[in-house]
Design a binder for this molecule. Structure first.
Ligand SMILES: [Ca+2]
Ligand SMILES: [Ca+2]
Ligand SMILES: [Ca+2]
Ligand SMILES: [Ca+2]
Length: 227
């Protein structure tokens, strides 16, 4: 039995670098015609992504589903019933973008597996555009609002002039993210994501157990062959 554990430990040791090699970067490009839809669906290299739209209040959780995702060649925005009400006075109307006018728009990105969020790219970016970032931190499906490249609850993240925001590596591992707009002058589209697909913890366990069992079978065969 001791030998079995040694085999499993050895297998785990050898799998670690191999599993790292199997993680791969995936580029999601959201820029395509589509119009207003309940959900937008993307699938790249076996990683599936469903995008939904909703709203949020600065100090409460995200409400998903009372808005449409608006897709065009500029990327993804949010369309809601507010857009149908004409602007009053000098009020700037809500747009098909992710915007912070009237209701605060948010796009919710749900992946089929855990990923590392590397970067997000935007369009319609002006110097006053900031985004509010949400992440399901503990895997229980609740989106928590963060600001800044290091998580600070409630902060606003300025969108760089390059239109690409790079997330600090390793801090943003999840299957569920959100990007929203809080201020009236925040108005943009989300054009794409670059993520790294992460191996599931259960997959790791299965692989290690699988290698352990293989080792056990090989040992028995060797013993039988020697006898
Ligand atoms: Ca909008
Ligand atoms: Ca809005
Ligand atoms: Ca702003
Ligand atoms: Ca803008």
């Amino acid at each position: 039995m001791k030998k079995l554990f040694k085999t499993i430990a050895a297998a785990a040791f050898f799998i670690a670098p191999a599993a790292n090699a199997t993680t791969f970067a995936v580029d999601f490009d959201f820029r395509a015609p589509g119009g207003a839809v309940d959900e937008a669906f993307f699938s790249v290299m076996g990683v599936d992504l469903t995008v939904r739209a909703g709203t949020f209040e600065p100090r409460s959780t995200v409400r998903i589903g009372d808005r449409d995702v608006f897709q065009s060649t500029a990327g993804l925005g949010v369309l809601g019933p507010d857009e149908e009400r004409p602007a009053r006075g000098d009020e700037v109307p809500d747009s098909t973008n992710v915007d912070g006018r009237r209701a605060n728009d948010v796009l919710v990105f749900e992946f089929s597996q855990r990923v590392r969020l590397n970067s997000a790219s935007f369009t319609f970016v002006d110097s006053d555009d900031e985004f509010r970032f949400f992440q399901d931190v503990d895997g229980f499906g609740q989106l928590i609002g963060f600001g800044g490249n290091t998580p600070v609850v409630g902060g606003q993240i300025p969108i760089p002039g390059s239109q690409v925001f790079a997330f600090t590596p390793g801090l943003f591992d999840s299957a569920l993210f959100g990007i929203g707009a809080l201020q009236g002058n925040d108005d943009f589209r989300v054009a794409g994501f670059n993520v790294t697909a992460l191996p599931e913890p259960s997959t790791w366990l299965m692989m290690i157990l699988g290698f352990g069992l293989t080792g056990l079978v090989l040992q028995r065969r060797r013993r039988l062959a020697a006898a």
